[in-house]
Design a protein around this ligand. Structure first.
Ligand code: TXA
Ligand code: MG
Length: 347
């Protein structure tokens, strides 16, 4: 157990990469230590992508299965060319349109990276984050930085520095606290080694936005058919789960009310994951958590992981969740909720 250092930074100051907190965090990364920092999606757990030692520390701290490769984060196109052999046309268009931002692109890799980063694949997943703190740290370290979400494997991803500490305190060298992440769900992962481009994980950039730039995109069939092996290894694991089991209830609030009454009569403490619009509809539940506004799905994405984590303090026996439309960022919300539920859906 090592003490986890905390640095507080204001993401809005000028010349962030010169400030002492960022310099210290970058020095840890150069010394092959692992450090968590905010990105515009969720907090990441960063390590030098060229070092086996640093990558090993990431897998160990998270308890992450070793066959699940990491995303490499860059601050410049120069760094991208260091780690990728060739950039297909589709990837170049997506880079021009969405970087820096919440889009991860799977590309053919060079031999520069630690082999542990890509878990034996011939490709690497790369993104250029937009968050000023993430950008400043990568720039100050002057290294490509591998960074999975900074949670223990299986838990909801962290959107606050306190979430990182709840999971990883004593297991990592430090965390840079730059306030809440913005989008709230992870980046979209797209495979640009195939034509047409394929979505491997829905996320911060929507299908509609991708199609406006590269035309028709496909979706990995494993996203809708759980018996198919996913092309993104991480998608086969249960994820994002709070302590109590989650059930996704497709039948609307009447069905949730009926199930909550039934569970209560069986002496079970019921939690309901809802939104501002419906939060007064479940007086029979022991805990009701409103996750943003249904009329604004971006607000639901922003609060989703914090809401799932908040159920752990309520000591409920089960969590019943409302469902959301699959349009826009709703696809990413429903993907994360169905993972959190381990596929338990009540029609
Ligand atoms: O928003 C995000 O993407 C956050 C922040 C920190 O940047 N990172 C993140 O990393 O979500 P992680 O490790 O939690 O998820 C990475 C996903 C996994 O599903 C993994 O299997 C997939 O990307 N992945 C990584 N390399 C891949 C590759 N070469 N081919 C296919 N999928 C890959
Ligand atoms: Mg993750």
């Amino acid at each position: 157990m090592t003490a986890t250092k905390q640095w507080h930074v204001n993401k809005n100051v000028d010349n962030l990469s010169g400030c002492p907190q960022i310099q210290e965090a970058a020095a840890c990364l150069k010394g092959n230590e692992v450090v968590a920092f905010p990105t515009e999606t969720v907090y990441g757990l960063g390590g030098n992508a060229l070092s086996d030692e640093a990558i090993e520390k990431i897998y160990r701290a998270k308890g992450r299965p070793s066959d699940n490769p990491l995303i490499v984060h860059v601050a410049s196109l120069e760094q991208l060319h260091q780690i990728c052999d060739s950039i297909p046309d589709s990837a170049q268009k997506l880079i021009d349109a969405f970087w820096p931002g919440p889009l991860t692109i799977v590309l053919p890799k060079t031999g520069a990276l630690s082999k542990r980063v890509t878990a034996g694949l011939s490709t690497v997943a790369v993104r250029m984050p937009e968050h000023p703190v993430a950008h400043a740290i990568i720039k100050a370290a002057n290294l490509p930085i591998a960074a999975p979400s900074a949670n223990s494997s299986g838990r909801p991803s962290p959107t606050l520095a306190s979430h990182v500490l709840d999971d990883l305190n004593g297991k990592i060298a430090g965390v840079v606290d730059g306030g809440a992440s913005g989008v709230g769900v992870e980046s979209t992962v797209v495979d640009c080694t195939v034509e047409p481009v394929a979505i491997l994980r829905p996320g911060g950039v929507t299908r509609e936005q991708l199609e406006a730039v590269v035309g028709k995109v496909t979706t990995d069939p494993a996203l809708s058919q759980p018996d198919k092996p996913p092309k993104s290894p991480g998608m086969k694991y249960q994820h994002y789960a709070p302590e109590a089991p989650v059930y996704l209830v497709a039948g609307g609030k009447e069905k949730i009310q009926e199930l909550a009454k039934l569970a209560q009569s069986n002496h079970k403490r019921v939690g309901v994951l809802t939104t501002e619009e419906n939060k007064c509809e479940y007086p029979m539940a022991a805990a009701v958590i409103a996750c943003g506004k249904r009329a604004d799905l971006a607000s639901v994405a922003h609060c989703l992981y914090d809401s799932l984590r908040a159920f752990d303090e309520t000591h409920v026996d089960i969590i019943l969740s409302e469902t959301f439309p699959m349009k826009g960022i709703g696809a990413a919300i429903m993907n994360r909720l169905s993972k959190a539920a381990g596929g338990r859906t009540i029609e």
